[in-house]
Design a protein around this ligand. Structure first.
Ligand SMILES: Nc1ncnc2c1ncn2[C@@H]1O[C@H](COP(=O)(O)OP(=O)(O)O)[C@@H](O)[C@H]1O
Ligand SMILES: [Mg+2]
Length: 403
């Protein structure tokens, strides 16, 4: 097959692609139009006045632009800059047509966003070959762009579904829990029935907690998790979190060591949310540490303005490649244990929303894990500033129903 025939083939594949020619000289435009339409490109538009570029691009939405450099009113460099300032979505190739171009102008055009150059007088075959290349690139970009849009739509649909499903799944649990825990308190129940009711409560609570995690995750991904910052005490929050897991610690005969040495431990945080972070870390420490293991909690000031809280265990440990991944939603190293793999993702988001950091370290499998949460402390002077700047929303009692 002759080269020109091949090019015709290429052009026919791309024949609907739109080409915009910007050149003030009618003879150049006519030549290019003939060449392109003669090669099968059916969607060619030309403008002689470069000031019409943006307007034309908006209407015509070209796939490739052929641009002259030397034009009255607005030169090619200015057109390039205007086009690039206006670039949205898929990349638009702009090919500069020029008679003789010195190195400086070439660099200037490239910096302004030129994709390539074609020298005048135009070599017809070269023009067509290059058009084919740009069209191919443009087509690939289109496909990527479409795939990305599809993936984003699917992900948004998944988020919406998760939010709705969690909400619907959570609602029926409340009356079950209220009735079962109330009835379990009744004095003349047979021990059998009482144990049964307690078992129901434990499992419904577990399920409710997992669904609450899913709800939190959907709030985080949709940017709808609100924080209600108030003065709080880091050591008190740790104490509350310990209270929740105390029965777990006792049941598994774990040793708990506390060294809360930070002298500055005042915070300005959403207490319930931050307590959730400490509770998640403690729950994990209990879950991933064998019976009779040790959990250590310590706090210290990392400079006068920071407090670091470390929760360590001597349990199963983590390999280096897992240390970052475990903060991703649904990521679990060993999914046989109870849980959805959301606790750390939620904890990371909450900590970062407070301007803090959360990190994990481990010497390796079997060598225990340490989670370190660092937060800004709120000393007196900072607190006073906040009080004067506090907004009305901050002062009023929060509505926790953020979904
Ligand atoms: N203290 C820990 N020791 C070892 N691995 C841990 C520890 N905490 C978390 N991990 C790992 O990180 C994963 C994610 O934790 P998390 O987000 O809390 O989800 P879940 O507890 O539901 O599995 C866990 O499944 C586990 O593999
Ligand atoms: Mg967990």
């Amino acid at each position: 097959m002759k080269e020109t025939e091949q090019l015709h083939g290429a052009a026919s594949r791309f024949s609907e692609m739109k080409i915009l020619i910007i050149d003030d000289e009618l003879s150049n435009v006519a030549l290019l139009e003939d060449l392109l339409s003669g090669s099968g490109y059916t969607n060619v538009k030309s403008i002689l006045d470069p000031r019409l570029t943006l307007e034309t691009c908006k209407e015509f939405a070209p796939d490739v632009v052929l641009l002259d450099l030397r034009m009255p009113h607005m030169d090619g460099f200015a057109v390039l800059e205007a086009l690039r300032a206006n670039d949205r979505g898929a990349f638009l190739p702009v090919i500069v047509l020029t008679a003789d171009i010195d190195a400086q102008s070439k660099y200037r055009a490239l910096r302004a966003g030129a994709t390539d150059f074609l020298l005048k007088p135009l070599d017809h075959l070269e023009v067509l070959l290059r058009m084919g290349l740009f069209m191919e690139r443009r087509r690939i970009e289109y496909e990527l762009h479409n795939e990305k849009e599809k993936a984003e739509a699917a992900s948004a649909a998944k988020d919406r579904f998760l939010a709705m499903a969690s909400h619907e799944l959570r609602t029926p649990l409340t009356p079950v829990l209220i009735w079962a825990s109330g009835t379990a308190q009744e004095p003349d129940l047979s021990p059998n029935l009482q144990d049964g009711l307690k078992m129901i409560c434990r499992n419904v609570e577990l399920e409710a907690r997992m669904i609450d995690d899913m709800l939190d995750l959907t709030r985080i991904t949709r940017g709808k998790l609100g924080l209600y910052r108030r003065p709080a005490d880091a050591h008190e929050l740790i104490g509350h979190a310990i209270d929740i897991v105390r029965s777990d610690i006792e049941a598994r005969h774990l040793n708990l060591r506390l060294a809360l040495d930070a002298s500055e431990h005042k915070l300005r945080v959403d207490s319930a949310r931050l307590q959730q972070v400490f509770w998640n870390l403690l729950r994990n420490a209990c879950k991933f540490t064998p019976e009779q293991g040790t959990i250590a909690i310590r706090s210290f000031n990392d400079g006068p303005e920071k407090i670091c809280i470390e929760i360590s265990d001597n349990g199963v440990g983590l390999e280096p490649q897992s240390l970052e991944k475990i903060f991703n939603a649904f990521e679990q190293v060993d999914s046989r244990k109870e849980g959805l793999g959301l606790g750390l993702a939620i904890s990371k988001a909450i900590t970062e929303m407070h301007g803090g950091t959360i990190r994990a370290r481990s010497e390796g499998l079997g060598k225990g894990t340490t989670f370190a949460v660092t937060l800004a402390v709120e000393n007196e002077s900072i607190e006073r500033d906040h009080l004067t700047e506090g907004t009305d929303a901050e002062k009023s009692e929060p509505n926790r129903n953020e979904s």
